[in-house]
Write a protein that binds this ligand. Structure first.
Ligand SMILES: Cc1ncc(COP(=O)(O)O)c(C=O)c1O
Length: 374
């Protein structure tokens, strides 16, 4: 087997990140402080959001958002099974029970009718996932949430910088959760954010990210009795640090460049693959997305063989994801999720990252074509 020459993901980092990190190190304030505030303000401006609470990960963002929505033990949260297992873990950590619904074959995003069927007396929230960066049908989901009295907690871990009907994600729904982990389109090294127009919800998340203490270290530093850290409610140690925020700020300066490069690469994949029999790209409008994944469906049942073929060519492809209802920890044999199970057998993610050259995309497309021509 050849050495992997083309990885699946690769963060794009440079001098700007180094300079911002150096400034934080020199300041001797490494935890959550002024740089985290600045990051929150930049995210708020870019998303058109009223409140942004930066946290330590996308998983923590989901857990804290659900907690702030008032999830109680035994409450149910409906989510597509076709997602990263962080979603189910966040629900359980918040005291809830995941209830899995199906996705649409063409977009791999939540099937709203399937979610609606699963709403019951214990349903507290629906957690749609903007899969690969493509926005779900938020009109239908928010309407469903309003009419049935359940919160919509958007998992936008893949979708920072994407939009829906001309508005950035984070400016539309009740509460939106982002991830800035190492492989995301915009990375902080590790990090996440809860974004909401609801001031009370934002206040609850802000307090809960810092052990339930109502003043954080930065606010307390010059206050009377700065050592007085009194917990008033539940909390995790899940704040974002200034070191992480520094990386994120450098990344946000290049948001346009990062987004348009990924859009160009996704378009090139689509153009190249249009003449390859056997694969169909994920559907969605490239102009509105900051693409996280280059997803295709392999229609002839040979997805695993194609993955192995690409690997033998030094190209790392991936399967996103093992559906949550097929994990040992969340096994739910009663779930009937035909589209999810079909996509689990068909979906393949091709390499997508900023420094991927157009010639690399052409080479990957030719490797896929050669597989089907053989
Ligand atoms: C769909 C989805 N939700 C949530 C998460 C969790 O984000 P984080 O890795 O920042 O905890 C991820 C991370 O990959 C994800 O892909």
């Amino acid at each position: 087997m050849r050495r992997t020459e083309v990885p699946i993901h690769r963060p794009y980092l440079g001098q700007a990140e180094l300079e911002r990190i150096a400034a934080v190190l020199e300041s001797r304030w490494l935890g959550s402080g002024p740089v985290t505030r600045e990051f929150e303000d930049r995210v708020a401006a870019l998303c058109g959001a009223r409140n942004v609470v930066a946290v330590s990960s996308g998983t923590a963002a989901l857990q804290l958002a659900l907690h702030a929505c008032g999830l109680e033990p035994g409450d149910e949260v409906i989510l597509p099974s076709l997602t990263f297992v962080a979603c189910s873990q966040a629900i359980v950590a918040a005291g809830g029970r995941p209830v899995y619904c199906d996705v649409e074959l063409k977009t791999a995003t939540i099937d709203v009718a399937s979610a609606a069927e699963r709403i019951g007396p214990r349903t507290r929230a629906i957690m749609p996932v903007h899969f690969g960066g493509f926005a779900c049908d938020l009109d239908a989901l928010l309407e469903l949430g309003r009419t049935r009295g359940v919160r919509v907690v958007e998992d936008a871990a893949h979708a920072f910088g994407s939009s829906f009907r001309g508005s950035p994600l984070g400016s539309i729904g009740d509460v939106t959760c982002f991830s800035f982990d190492p492989i995301k389109n915009v990375t902080c090294g590790e990090g996440g954010a809860v974004v909401t127009a609801d001031d009370e919800l934002a206040g609850l998340v802000r307090r809960a990210r810092g052990l339930g203490v109502d003043r954080d270290g930065w606010t307390r530093r010059d206050a009377h009795r700065p050592w007085h850290q009194e917990a008033v409610s539940f909390g995790l140690r899940a704040h974002m640090s200034d070191l992480n925020a520094a990386i994120g700020l450098a990344q946000l300066e290049r948001l346009e460049e990062l987004r348009s490069q990924r859009q160009a690469l996704l378009r090139r994949y689509r153009e190249g693959l249009a003449t390859v029999e056997g694969v169909v790209p994920q559907q969605g409008d490239v102009d509105t997305v900051f693409p996280f994944l280059a997803l295709v469906r392999v229609l002839d049942g040979r997805r695993d063989a194609l993955l192995a073929h690409l690997e033998s060519e030094g190209i790392r492809a991936w399967v996103h994801y093992l559906p949550n209802h097929l994990h040992q920890a969340f096994a739910d044999p009663a779930s009937s999720l035909p589209a999810t199970e079909r996509l689990f057998a068909e979906l393949l993610s091709l390499p997508l990252y900023h420094e991927l050259a157009e010639e690399d995309v052409d080479r990957i497309v030719e490797a896929v074509r050669a597989f089907f021509d053989a």
